[in-house]
Design a protein around this ligand. Sequence first.
Ligand code: NAP
Length: 280
Amino acid sequence: MMKIGVVGLGLIGGSLAIDLRRQGHQLLGVSRRSETCERAIALNIVDQASSDLASLADAEVVFLCPPIGAIIPIATTLIPHLAPNAVLTDVGSVKQPIVEALAPLWPHFVGGHPMAGTAAQGIEAAQADLFAKQPYVLTPTDATSLHAMEVVSQLVRSLHATLYQCQPADHDRAVAWISHLPVMVSASLITACMNEPSDTVRQLAQDIASSGFRDTSRVGGGNPELGTMMAQHNRTALLAALTDFRDTLSHYIHHIEQEDWDTLALNLQQTQRDRPKFLA
Ligand code: NAP
């Protein structure tokens, strides 16, 4: 059993702590607000908690789980306090900038991204088994120690998550396609509908919208801070995906303008076959 630190006691950090503590590990929490630390102890999520990164001096593994923009500054402050063999990992939804900044600072750092979550946030949203049967991506580099990979892989497997390994840049391009692009496409859909110039038509559309609109607008109507953060931190990969998407949309427009129903139908037959490849 290990001493495991978790920095950022919110949905992801709290949920990790719950599962790892249940396995018998000792959980040392660190969060920004003292109320959150007290709440994490009261809810039995961690064994101890404080706002002081120095409290992780004898942790064997530390998971960095604060908002994405805080990961690099927190790691930079934490590293001088760590024991020489301590393993450091993060859960940020974008990997290349974090791995580029932290890999040179600590040989036992490995980037990670659990592909799990809910719409809720904060310590109250933490839940057991959040990661079970979900993908968990690790992004080691040539500089990552074998020790770090072994320790983090083992812990990820113990959560019953499905482990994937890839380059940080490939991770960021893949999540741009399946997570960040859909938010922007879905948000544009809502914006475009709201820009309908006729009040009568817009009101009618709102009144009769049903399951199709509910599905296609869901991710665009979610947490605005998360969407903005995705765009800021995964800007390059997101812009590449959005540009390809705009070209693809132009092709669809062209088929409809040309009344090329055969090509349109072929495209839609193909998308019907392809969709399950993403959702198996
Ligand atoms: P969250 O519920 O808001 O949790 C983050 C927690 O970090 C907050 O509750 C906050 O607690 C604490 N915090 C904020 N600033 C801090 C600081 N400077 N130092 C220490 N603690 C700080 O957010 P989350 O959804 O768990 O996301 C956390 C990370 O997981 C992000 O990097 C995100 O990219 C990644 N992630 C999220 C999801 C998802 O679906 N939500 C999925 C995979 C990965 P107090 O301020 O109250 O102390």
